[in-house]
Design a protein around this ligand. Structure first.
Ligand SMILES: C=C(OP(=O)(O)O)C(=O)O
Ligand SMILES: [Mg+2]
Length: 573
């Protein structure tokens, strides 16, 4: 009898191969007293030098295999390994407590690991994995333990491990590593991101897979559904062979859409664009045929820093994206900080409901000193291509007018200083607060464009915290109430001849796409890897049938009814 298990499908594709179970030997680090402090410090120094050399090698090979964006992970790892403050803390501990280097290294790096892991923000939580990865490399070098080299795998396997570190994933050769399955991890963990870039099918968060599968045992994995099948029957193997064929056909089909414009079956022109968080993400947008950047979340420039980025620092980042997109529209959102997005170097006032508090445009309109650097940087970058400046969390017309007036003020400054900028730069807004959706026809008198932020629009409309696991059942993009707000926003924009896009997760949702087309959305901005599938589906739908579908959906009562209606529609495509 075959045995099935389910984890998180983190990277699409199927695989049937022998398991290679990575049993990282538990490194036992004992504390012991030392007499030769200098010798311990030399051990530490040498280990750091070796770790940095390893990481340089990994960076180079990743650069060749996966490009600049993924190689940057190892640049960050090098920074951690060579961090003078961490090294000094370890040395101080060796000197003061007369303890062995590996014990001091583990204690100090653990403090950092725990600090990051305890942060609420997912971004920082995930950085804790980087610290652990680098620390373990240094400690192994101190102790003279061989570091497993996964690049030497030379037969077809599915890797099975507790977790795969970024440095381990970067070594994988997809010719031999047909998939991987891990006990821990999630869709946004490094291992998942790397798996998707390498196009290796992966299932994560299986809890006990390292125990459930024996080394050398053949098993099957489906990275789309998260399914694992052990003790395969002949039938299972047949099923997986046909799934693999289907997947290969689908990939070939999608790649045809890379160079094509986004058109509906009856020829209506739309835009399929990408959401990014850093200039490094642009590479994958271009690889997947992105027609623009619909949302650059500029807050990551602030969160990845130890100070408010200066005007020049921001200008460089914005210009990089604009240059790389070569004349295609790049919409950059001004600082959307607060709520769950915190800064290590700035303390926000304590509030009972930070999601309803001092954040985003409310913060930047109050802190014009900080806002000025960003708006000036954006305007200067606008001289190099097509830029749209977008304000987050606009609730009132006055907020939009004030923010826009501030852009005009900065333009006047640049005029005086004879600094170039695009006089026609578009200035638009996110529609993510119900008040803005309801009065969209009024806001569109002033805003050049809208981008619907469904992540927040749903949260604020349903009064359901988007981060809370207890109320996920209320997070319903296809609830008719949400669809009505979207419809109002689109109609409100079109009334004044403005274009309207969507950059919330819903824009990349295949089930939502026919409804959004039917309601008249102009631009769809999503993660780079979702773009081709959306373009392919769009090419199979006519506007008229999408309109009929949307009208029916708007008249239904529940999200389930809408989904059933859409599924029936999609089944015929
Ligand atoms: C795109 C959105 O912004 P963020 O997810 O950054 O809040 C949104 O709210 O839908
Ligand atoms: Mg938002």
């Amino acid at each position: 009898m075959s045995k099935k298990m389910r984890g998180i499908g983190a990277s699409e594709g199927v695989a049937v191969a022998k398991a290679l179970v990575l049993k990282e030997e538990q490194i036992i680090i004992k504390k012991h007293a030392i007499s030769d402090v200098e010798a311990e410090i030399t051990k530490l120094d040498n280990a750091i030098v070796k770790a940095v050399a390893d990481l340089n090698g990994l960076k180079e090979s990743t650069l060749v295999k996966l490009g600049e964006e993924k190689a940057a992970i190892f640049e960050a790892h090098k920074d951690i390994a060579a961090d003078p403050a961490i090294k000094e803390e370890i040395e101080t501990m060796i000197k003061k407590d007369h303890v062995n280097a590996e014990f001091a290294a583990q204690t100090i790096t653990n403090n950092y690991y725990e600090m990051f892991a305890a942060m609420e923000d997912h971004y920082f939580q995930e950085r804790s994995a980087d610290i652990k990865d680098v620390a373990s490399r240094i400690i192994k070098h101190i102790m003279g333990i061989k570091i497993v080299d996964l690049s030497t795998i030379s037969e077809e396997v599915i890797l099975v491990a507790e977790d795969l570190t970024p440095s381990q994933t970067a070594q994988l050769d997809k010719k031999f590593v047909k998939g991987f399955a891990t006990n821990v991890g999630g869709r946004t963990s490094h291992a998942a991101i790397m798996a998707r870039s390498l196009e290796i099918p992966a299932v994560l968060a299986l809890k006990t897979i390292t125990e459930d599968v024996k080394d050398g045992e053949v098993f099957a994995l489906n990275g789309a559904t998260g399914e694992i099948v052990l003790d395969l029957s002949a039938e299972n193997i047949k099923e997986y062979e046909s799934l693999a064929k289907e997947f290969a056909n689908m990939k070939a089909e999608l790649s045809k859409f890379k160079e094509l414009p986004s058109l509906t079956k009856d020829g209506a022109e739309k835009l399929i664009e990408a959401n990014i968080g850093s200039p490094l993400d642009v590479e994958s947008v271009l690889e997947n045929g992105g027609e623009g950047i619909g949302l650059f979340r500029s807050e990551f420039l602030y969160m990845d820093n130890d100070h408010f980025p200066t005007e020049d620092e921001q200008f460089e980042s914005y210009k990089k994206v604009i240059d790389a997109m070569n004349g295609k529209l790049v919409v950059i959102r001004t600082l959307d900080i607060g709520g769950d997005k915190k800064l290590s170097y700035f303390e926000f006032p304590h509030e009972m409901n930070p999601f309803l508090g001092y954040r985003a445009i409310r913060f930047t309109l109050d802190r014009k000193d900080i806002f000025r650097d960003q708006i000036r940087a954006l305007l200067r970058a606008s001289a190099f291509g097509e830029l749209g400046i977008m304000f987050p969390m606009i609730a009132t017309i006055d907020e939009f007018k004030n923010a826009k007036a501030f852009v005009e003020e900065c333009k006047a400054e640049l005029d005086k200083e004879k600094i170039a900028y695009d006089k026609n730069v578009q200035v638009g807004m996110m529609v993510e607060i119900p008040a803005a959706a309801i009065s969209a026809d009024k806001f569109s008198k002033y805003a050049d464009f809208f981008s619907i932020g469904t992540n927040d629009l749903i949260q604020y409309s349903m009064a359901a915290d988007r981060m809370s696991e207890n109320v996920t059942y209320l997070y319903q993009p296809t609830n008719p109430s949400i669809l009505r707000l979207i419809k109002m926003t689109i109609e409100g924009a079109h009334k004044n001849n403005r274009w309207v896009g969507m950059c919330g997760e819903m824009a990349g949702d295949i089930q939502a796409l026919p409804l959004l087309l039917g309601m008249g959305l102009d631009a769809f901005s999503m993660s780079a890897t979702s773009m081709l599938r959306a373009r392919s589906l769009m090419s199979k739908i006519e506007i008229k049938e999408a309109e009929e579908l949307a009208n029916k959906a708007l008249d239904l009562e529940t999200s389930e009814e809408v989904l059933a209606l859409v599924d029936e529609f999609l089944a015929a495509k």
